[in-house]
Design a protein around this ligand. Structure first.
Ligand SMILES: [Zn+2]
Length: 307
């Protein structure tokens, strides 16, 4: 059973189009239905403004919520921040926070959007408005829901915003495994970064992941893992540069889930990146990731309810 946070506003498009695949968030629901997956959906509340301001520059938060983002920042984000985009930008962090709360109660849950890892202190970037991972992690710690949060970012692009927002924080660790030559050109410093050459396929990817993630899990000992589960390392991804197969992504997701299970930490996933003309293919990749993770945690849930 997949506990999934979803809101119809996740699918709202920008007024004048653009390259960002808004409709994949609706198609994700179709792809899950196509798989006949058992799903329990939960609707998020908008993230309270004070929690946005706890991570982002209050002036930038106001620019977004009052729909007056300067054009230079809108260009950096990659689409105009309209009324709908602004409302969505509060719902997505609310969804990641809710998914984490559900994970804390049940072992695993996912937000059907989010993973906005390029958003920085005073600006969005790379299709990210607010950094839902950082906002959720910060709130969970501040409210005592978690003491140590590890953010595992397997999107093909480096989680530069998350890394810079949490630089120097002892209670949050950031891990990013990404294509070295991909966006962003200037990388930030995560707690652990793994840079992969163009064209890296399943076996070398898994070798790098299985070598680098366990030491951080063991040394940091998180009591919650937030997973940016982007599917853009796939070989058919338009913005990828890596060459994972469907099976490679499944092995990646199984390994991340197994690491959480190994130390008894709950895991909340966000959708993350995935780009291409065939939006249904993207949605199916995201659906496969979420179901792989839910399946990995199924025995834990079964044990909790005594079956
Ligand atoms: Zn990406």
């Amino acid at each position: 059973m997949l506990r999934l946070v979803h809101h119809r506003a996740y699918v709202w498009p920008v007024a004048d189009g653009g390259a960002f695949p808004w409709n994949k968030y609706g198609l994700l629901m179709d792809a899950l239905a196509e798989r006949d997956a058992a799903i329990e959906t939960h609707a998020p509340d908008p993230m309270p403004v004070r929690w946005l301001e706890a991570v982002h520059d209050p002036d930038y938060v106001a620019e977004v919520l009052e729909v007056r983002v300067p054009s230079a920042k809108a260009r950096r984000i990659g689409f105009p921040v309209t009324e709908r985009v602004a409302e969505r930008a509060r719902l997505v962090p609310g969804g990641t926070w809710l998914a984490a709360r559900l994970a804390l109660a049940h072992g695993f849950a996912a937000n059907g959007a989010g993973g906005s890892h390029h958003a920085l202190y005073n600006s969005g970037a790379g299709y990210c408005v607010f950094n839902d991972l950082a906002i959720a992690a910060n709130r969970l710690i501040a409210e005592g829901d978690a003491a140590r949060v590890l953010i595992v970012d397997c999107d093909v692009h480096q989680g530069d915003g998350t890394a810079s927002l949490f630089a120097g924080r002892p209670d949050v660790a950031t891990y990013s495994i990404h294509a070295e030559k991909n966006f962003p050109a200037r990388k930030a410093r995560s707690t652990a970064d793994v840079e992969l050459p163009d064209g890296t396929g399943d076996d070398p990817y898994l070798e790098a992941l299985t070598r680098s993630l366990p030491p951080l899990v063991d040394s940091f000992r998180p009591d919650l893992i937030l997973y940016q589960a982007g599917v853009d390392p796939h070989r058919d991804d338009k913005l990828g540069r890596l060459a994972l197969s469907d099976d490679g992504l499944a092995r990646r997701d199984c390994f991340v889930a197994a690491e959480a299970l190994r130390i008894g930490a709950p895991l909340a996933a966000t959708v993350g990146g995935g780009y291409g003309v065939d939006r249904m293919a993207l949605a199916r990749r995201h659906a496969a990731t979420l179901l792989t993770l839910a399946d990995a945690f199924a025995p834990v849930v079964a044990a909790q309810v005594g079956v």
